[in-house]
Design a protein around this ligand. Structure first.
Ligand code: ZN
Length: 366
């Protein structure tokens, strides 16, 4: 046992089932009796563990997503008394956090950029101002090479001819205009260098007959890297970086804009774009739109590498790159979902937070 480790609580101390399970995931094995509940079998928690648990369950566990962005509903600190509505079990459990960490839990009023109030994003949403921002996107984001030694994976579910290379090219005309980047006049071949992201993106299930193509460019391609973190001198409210980050992590309602960005990149002579996968957070387990004291980790120099590790890049290539001879099929394989593993965390069931009530009045669609 680490001599620094001093157990204060254990997973058996808690009444809320989700909190007990979460505490057991994060705790240490130690045969000694718990100093609080006097049971021996629970996973033991020291002060750093208890603080991590409070964050995982009450902050990470209450993140809600708006159309663009998202924020936790609850925060805690050492200055406030607990003021959130809790189930009777959790009301008991919260006393343990209050006692051991000296903290209180309260409804958090996020800074409005966190829920999408970002000027370049609003300008992208408005058709009158969209083109000017897209022009900035295609000039300010970096161009990166996709080299002949690089690999791109693409999955197809139940292709008619699994061994035929054309099955792995961009979809035929009648299926265009449904995805994040493709339009009726711009086919896109979607792929990733991360096979698990391909599995997610294809919504693959255990019943699917799935095939994996390993693709390689026949010459160095030039891609616009929309997954890059822009070095800007701007607050989150003015940040083009934050606007694009939120845009690509949004659901289908963002597609009309992302499709126009793809067209503009094509018009600028790029062969395709790199963009953050919608499944980036599910793939990395990162907290969506993480902040430190209300500042995005993307805006904090020391945390940039950490922020970048939360993003899984996808690649969209313009046209029909296999048919056009830009990509070659290096290998084809059948792919089998042998076992699916979920990484589950838990959060509280709350009364409605004042912030969500305000947001509901301002945005009745929420
Ligand atoms: Zn205990």
């Amino acid at each position: 046992m680490n001599p620094e480790f001093e157990a204060k609580l254990c997973s058996e101390c808690f009444h809320d089932q989700g909190l007990r399970l979460d505490a057991a995931l994060g705790g240490f094995d130690d045969p000694a009796e718990c100093p609080n509940c006097h049971k021996a079998e629970g996973k033991k928690l020291d002060l750093p563990h208890i603080e991590e648990l409070a964050h995982r369950f009450f902050v990470r566990g209450t993140v809600f997503r708006t159309d663009y962005g998202g924020a936790p509903l609850v925060q805690f600190n050492q200055h406030q008394e607990t003021s959130i509505d809790l189930t009777p079990q959790l009301a008991e459990d919260v006393k343990l956090f209050e006692k051991t960490l000296g903290i209180g839990f309260f409804y958090y009023g996020p800074r409005l950029w966190m829920v999408g109030e970002v000027t370049p994003l609003n300008e992208l949403l408005d058709e009158a101002t969209r083109a000017a921002v897209i022009q900035r996107v295609v000039t300010e984001y970096p161009a990166v090479p996709f080299k002949t030694a690089d690999v791109l994976y693409r999955i197809r579910l139940a292709p008619q001819e699994p061994g035929a290379h054309h099955e792995y090219d961009s979809p035929p005309d009648q299926f265009l205009g449904q995805g994040r980047l493709d339009s009726s006049d711009l086919p896109i071949l979607y792929g990733s260098q991360d096979i698990e992201v391909c599995v997610h993106e294809c919504r693959t299930t255990v019943d699917d007959e799935a095939y994996l193509a390993t693709l390689k460019p026949t010459r160095d391609l030039r891609l616009l890297d929309l997954s890059a973190l822009l070095d800007e001198d701007a607050t989150e409210f003015e940040s083009l970086d934050m606007a694009l980050h939120m845009l690509f992590l949004a659901a289908r309602h963002a597609y009309p804009i992302t499709r126009e960005i793809a067209k503009a990149a094509k018009a600028q002579g790029f062969d395709g774009v790199i963009y953050p996968s919608y499944f980036s957070f599910a793939r990395t387990g990162a907290m969506p739109f993480e902040t430190v004291y209300g500042i995005s980790i993307r805006r904090i120099k020391e945390l940039r590498a950490h922020a970048m590790s939360h993003v899984v890049p996808n690649i969209g290539l313009f046209g029909r790159p296999i048919g056009d001879g830009l990509l070659r099929v290096d290998c084809l394989n059948k792919i089998i979902l042998n076992r699916v593993v979920y990484d589950l965390r838990f959060g509280p069931v709350l009364g409605q937070s004042p912030f969500l009530q305000d947001l509901g009045e301002e945005y009745p669609d929420l």
